[in-house]
Design a protein around this ligand. Structure first.
Ligand code: FEO
Length: 394
């Protein structure tokens, strides 16, 4: 495959993986993904920025050969996770004089995961530069988006910013550049929700820094390149803001339809009040869709049946993931139904321990919800409306 030239002597040499259905054995992928890699030919030295996911190593190395790349002086590792670093050992076999240029934390990760020798590394710190002759790479330490080892690489002469996982999307592409369409916005939001949202304060910090750098192009390590950087930066500005939307997320699991009845009742009454809702059956619906709504929701209401005196594992799993993703929600509550008892809300509340939310009085029913239970759900709706209004959302 012939490499695509982005600007003179700067090439895209990544690969699409349209068949991949899950990432980290956790995140369902709607469209697959890409592993982006970039080749920069300076007047004196040649560098690769990020490499390739190991199952694609052969194709990647073959492409380098077909594009007559006989020398690589530097392998820039912006991050140690193996979807980007995994082909480094094979690259070093093929180009034995190449040095890995990275920060100390990333070096340690690569050494431990890929068993690379010490003498193969050049360690750089924040703001260090590396000359390729007529091109200069400047390294920007960016821990937390999303690993502690992450850095960005700024190609100064072209004002290109290589942001690694940050500002990416799990979306294969044929044309290099992102388009402002629903598919990309949705993929980028899902990716943000699942990978970057736990680090929202750091994301805000780096979005602001990148606005200041004002790059001509943002080149992430997954998904299309952004030749209009404000498009992705403006989306991140909205997603990372402290203000949620007038939205209630209601994920539920229902063994005998009682919880579902309550969830649907809640949805209808909230919408009557002008509050948006996103209601998901966690058995049938996609976890990624739930994660995307966690980006915006002001209130989360978890609904669950009881199994063996405990929350049903399917809703416990959603609570666990919500807790990991650290959404900006300000309020939370629970609805549930039981046959013979147990501590539904206490256990779900414990799982949500990292969320800084005000808890609204939950509603627990034995068996089917009855008139008195619907009144309690009405009270919940009124409380949510009041809280949203006080927060300036409704
Ligand atoms: Fe795409 Fe954190 O690796």
């Amino acid at each position: 495959m012939k490499f695509k030239e982005i600007e003179k002597n700067i090439f895209y040499c990544g690969l699409n993986d349209a068949d991949r259905v899950i990432f980290d054995e956790l995140i369902p992928l709607e469209h697959g993904t890409t592993y982006n890699s970039y080749l920069i030919k300076g007047s004196e030295k040649t560098a690769i920025i990020d490499t390739m996911y190991p199952p694609f190593s052969e194709e990647y190395l073959k492409n380098l050969e077909e594009n007559s790349i006989t020398t690589i002086d530097y392998i820039i590792a912006n991050h140690g996770e193996q979807d980007h670093s995994g082909t480094i050992p094979k690259l070093l076999e093929k180009y034995p004089n190449a040095k890995i240029v990275t920060n100390a934390v990333c070096k340690n990760n690569i050494k431990e995961m890929l068993l690379v020798d010490d003498d193969k590394f050049i360690i750089v710190k924040d703001a260090d530069t590396l000359s390729l002759g007529d091109k200069t790479l400047k390294f920007i330490s960016a821990p937390g988006v999303h690993w502690p080892d992450t850095m960005f690489t700024h190609l100064l002469e072209n004002n290109f910013l290589f942001t690694c996982d940050f500002l990416g999307a799990h979306l294969p592409f044929e044309e290099l550049y992102s388009k402002n369409d629903n598919e990309l916005v949705s993929s980028a939001k899902r990716y943000y929700a699942e990978i970057m949202m736990p680090f929202r304060p750091m994301c805000k910090k780096y979005v602001s820094m990148i606005y200041d750098i004002n790059p001509k192009m943002i080149l992430p390590s997954h998904g299309p390149l952004h030749n209009k950087p404000s498009f992705i930066l403006d989306l991140y500005k909205e997603w990372t803001s402290d203000t949620p939307q007038n939205l209630v997320l209601i994920p539920y699991v229902s063994m005998y339809k009682s919880v579902e009845e309550m969830a649907f009742y809640l949805k209808e009454k909230l919408e009557d009040k002008g509050i948006k809702t996103a209601c998901f059956d966690v058995i049938e619906d996609d976890l990624g869709d739930i994660a995307m709504n966690l980006v915006d929701a002001a209130t989360i209401v978890l609904g669950g049946s009881m199994v063996l005196a405990s929350p049903h594992p399917a809703i416990a799993n959603v609570a666990y993931i919500a807790n990991l993703l650290k959404p900006k929600a300000k309020f939370a509550s629970f609805i549930g139904s039981y046959g013979w008892g147990g501590n539904l809300f206490g256990k779900l509340g414990e799982i949500l321990s990292s969320l800084k939310v005000q808890v609204i009085e939950p509603v627990l029913v034995k068996g089917k919800p009855k008139e008195a239970d619907y009144k309690l759900l009405d009270n919940m709706v009124e409380t949510i409306y009041k809280f949203h209004k006080e927060a300036g959302l409704a």
